[in-house]
Write a protein that binds this ligand. Structure first.
Ligand SMILES: *Cc1c(COP(=O)(O)O)cnc(C)c1O
Length: 383
């Protein structure tokens, strides 16, 4: 196996799911998003581990992601969080993937295909846009759409959902906005009931709402980033501790590699493309076989990221290349060729930075750091 790999701690993943479940009332269902290859962690293995923890639903964003789960023997219900292409509907229905629907055209496409395949009571979830500005009908159209689903005869409204835009932000205007979204959602649910229809499983809580807003849990929660071990924005471990509802989330992924060469550098020698770093002393430079082709992206080059070897931190020098990057070991180093280098991840693996730290330094969110790891990085699953 190559030196560069992502260690996926399924034990931490399962610990996180169980810790999150403790925030819910008994009987609250859990839907675990394994979209985008489980935020880069490996969807099949994460899906299996989540099901072992007793979660009821999985979720993907593309039909092919759902097919991958089915091909690997996963029988649990799979929600499709994004709209698919009309061309994919046949495959979606063949694989019993449960779509979010919200308009007559898309509902009818699914109904026709479900009929064609002789499906009985094919489940769909009605999406309500209460303020995310993404998929969903407006709250005052919810009853009409619920009726449209019922009238297809072949589809059943198994659930009703909405999605929060700012539940992870504790600014007062955002707190108000989330309240407004939740109120609109409850009005939509009530209007469906008033029309004599069944909204089914009602769900809206993402990670932040799962930990911070128990009143929004309703019948099911959909926590994503927190199951992979990172904070949901302002709803971080410090905030939850102060609120006296602490949680101990453990990062699931450690990205590591090995020192593939150590080079003696004389003062004045330069590193990499563009010669952006020039040694101001005699020193030692280590070459690491990891680069932006692995998802260790180029803009990390100058953002003050430190990697760790045997518990000590070392800075990146020069620009990260597609397949390699360089770090400075300093003149008097005890680092040896083939030593393990931890780029980010669990403290227990010797990481000095988490994906969250890298995200903070590079102006993004932890989601992106793990999700952009490419196929070239083998995922090694441990428990
Ligand atoms: C991705 C996603 C989630 C999970 O979001 P997190 O911020 O990772 O908790 C929940 N619901 C929907 C519809 C999503 O697309």
């Amino acid at each position: 196996m190559r030196s560069t790999k992502a260690i996926i701690h399924l034990d931490n993943f399962m610990h996180n799911i169980n810790a999150i479940r403790a925030f819910t009332k008994p009987g609250t269902k859990m839907c675990i998003p394994v979209k985008a290859d489980a935020y880069g962690h490996g969807s099949v293995e994460c899906a299996r581990a989540a099901l072992e923890c007793g979660v009821e639903y999985l979720a993907v964003a593309a039909v092919d992601e759902g097919v991958e789960l089915r091909e690997n023997g996963i029988k649990a219900p799979i929600l499709l969080f994004s709209l698919c292409d009309p061309e994919e509907i046949k495959t979606a229905v063949e694989n019993d993937i449960t779509p979010f629907v919200f308009d007559a055209e898309y509902i009818d496409l699914f109904a026709e295909e479900a009929k064609r395949q002789n499906k009985k009571a094919y489940p769909v979830h009605l999406a309500v846009d209460t303020g995310m500005g993404r998929i969903g009908c407006l709250e005052d159209e919810a009853a009409e759409m619920a009726r449209h689903i019922a009238e297809t005869k072949v589809l059943v409204q198994e659930g009703t959902m909405t999605h929060f835009a700012v539940s992870d932000d504790k600014a007062s205007s955002s707190i108000e906005y989330t309240k407004l979204q939740f109120q609109r959602f409850q009005e939509a649910i009530q209007s469906i009931k008033d029309a004599g229809l069944n909204p089914g499983i009602c769900h809206c809580a993402n990670s932040a709402a799962s930990l911070d807003l128990p009143e929004t849990h309703l019948d099911m929660i959909r926590p994503g980033i927190i199951v992979y071990g990172y904070d949901a924005g302002d709803v971080n471990s410090q905030y939850l501790k102060e609120k006296e509802t602490p949680i101990d989330l453990k990062p699931v992924m450690t990205l590591c590699t090995k020192v593939s060469a150590i080079k003696e550098f004389k003062k004045g020698m330069s590193v990499g493309y563009g010669r952006t770093w020039i040694a101001d002393r005699d020193t030692k430079i280590a070459v690491l076989p990891v680069g932006y082709g692995d998802g260790f992206v180029r803009r990390f080059s100058t953002s003050g990221i430190q990697v760790s070897i045997n518990g000590k931190s070392y800075p990146i020098r020069g620009r990260i290349c597609m397949d390699q990057c360089m770090i400075e070991l300093g003149p008097d180093t005890d680092v040896k060729r083939w030593d393990t280098v931890v780029l980010f991840g669990c403290k227990s693996d010797g990481a000095v930075m988490t994906a969250q730290d890298i995200a903070d330094k590079t102006g993004t969110i932890s989601y992106e750091i793990t999700t952009v790891l490419t196929r070239r990085v083998p995922r090694v699953f441990v428990r």
